[in-house]
Design a protein around this ligand. Structure first.
Ligand SMILES: C[S@@+](CC[C@H](N)C(=O)[O-])C[C@H]1O[C@@H](n2cnc3c(N)ncnc32)[C@H](O)[C@@H]1O
Length: 312
């Protein structure tokens, strides 16, 4: 893509000998030389030109992104130019700015770590509703720890633990204040949690392997298939979580998983066989399947809001 820059913009992108002393000179013959304080021409982009550039490059939230990039550069022209160059390659904005907002919380996101999606927020809120004030929750496949951090923010008296196989993700989740362990699903968790967990929540990999190629162009150019790939119909990890949650959940405890399409139906037999009840398919505002909520059979009825139907 060709980017047209004005003289002032070009000057902002090259190293100037002395910021204080230099004055801008026109290099073409014509009108009298323009004299401008260097402070006013340092930045390679202002909000308008950066929004326009991002928009023309196909970024749908160009204005919000321009705001974030300008804020991250904090007035440093060279930093801004390098941040914009990275974004134009398709690198996730959160890796460049270092964080993303999720459920009103700032989540630090290190390069190489899955960027939490706003679409997962209703599941996080619903999981928090199922967590007692001093209860225990497990966030499987935590990534940067967005779900876990939301649970803790909502239920500060609860214990929330999390796991992820990706070392970088675990380190990032810890930076977000999450008690995170590295390993496969439940395997790194303290055994004392067996039979005592109120809520298991997970945004686990659930994209059917044959559909990976349908993900947005930049997704797998940067993010790992480990975050997405769920096997032939996308339910490989989901099935394992449904089964492995049973020894950890207390009776009446809740399992909440993000999934899509027909995956809730695919899991129905496993859920029934393993003793889950009140199985509820969670829908978004468009009526698309976004998740599943189930309760491990016990004496305590789940606090489902019947008036709200099964929408998230
Ligand atoms: C879709 S991302 C979700 C991250 C986070 N829950 C969120 O919503 O932001 C899936 C995460 O699962 C992790 N993962 C994949 N397979 C795993 C496994 N078997 N055990 C634990 N974590 C796993 C990946 O490293 C990735 O961080």
């Amino acid at each position: 893509m060709e980017v047209l820059l004005t003289d002032a913009e070009l000057l902002g992108r090259v190293k100037l000998p002395s910021r204080a002393a230099v004055q801008l000179k026109s290099v073409v013959n014509g009108p009298p030389l323009l004299r401008v304080p260097i402070a006013s021409v340092q930045m390679p982009y202002d909000f308008g030109s950066l929004s326009a550039l991002l928009s023309s490059a196909g970024f749908v939230a160009a204005e919000e992104e321009a705001d974030e990039l300008l804020a991250r550069a904090a007035g440093d022209a060279e930093v801004l130019a390098s941040l914009v160059d990275r974004r134009l390659t398709g690198e996730p904005l959160a890796w460049i700015t270092g964080s993303v907002m999720f459920c009103g919380l700032q989540i630090l996101v290190d390069p190489g770590v899955y960027v939490p999606r706003w679409q997962s927020a209703p599941l996080a809120r619903r999981a928090a509703e199922r967590l007692a004030a001093t209860g225990t929750a497990v966030d499987l496949c935590t990534g940067a720890g967005a779900m876990a951090k939301t649970l803790t923010a909502t239920r500060p008296g609860a214990r929330v633990v999390a796991t992820d196989v990706n070392e970088r993700a675990v380190a990032c989740a810890k930076r977000n204040g999450v008690e995170a362990f590295k390993g496969d699903l439940f395997s790194p968790l303290p055994l004392e949690l067996l039979g005592s967990v109120d809520v298991v929540v997970g945004v686990v990999p659930y994209v059917p392997t044959p559909e990976l190629s349908l993900l947005p162009r930049d997704t797998l150019a940067f993010e790992s298939p480990l975050s997405y790939e769920g096997g032939r119909d996308g339910t490989d990890v989901l099935r394992r979580v449904v089964a492995d949650s049973v020894p950890y959940l207390r009776t009446g405890g809740a399992l909440l998983l993000e999934l899509g399409g027909e995956q809730a139906d695919v899991l129905a037999d496993d859920l029934a066989r393993l003793g889950y009840v009140y199985v509820t398919v969670l829908l978004d505002e468009e009526g698309d399947v976004r998740g599943i909520e189930a309760t491990l059979a016990g004496t305590r009825a789940p606090p489902v809001d019947r008036d709200a139907g099964n929408a998230v």
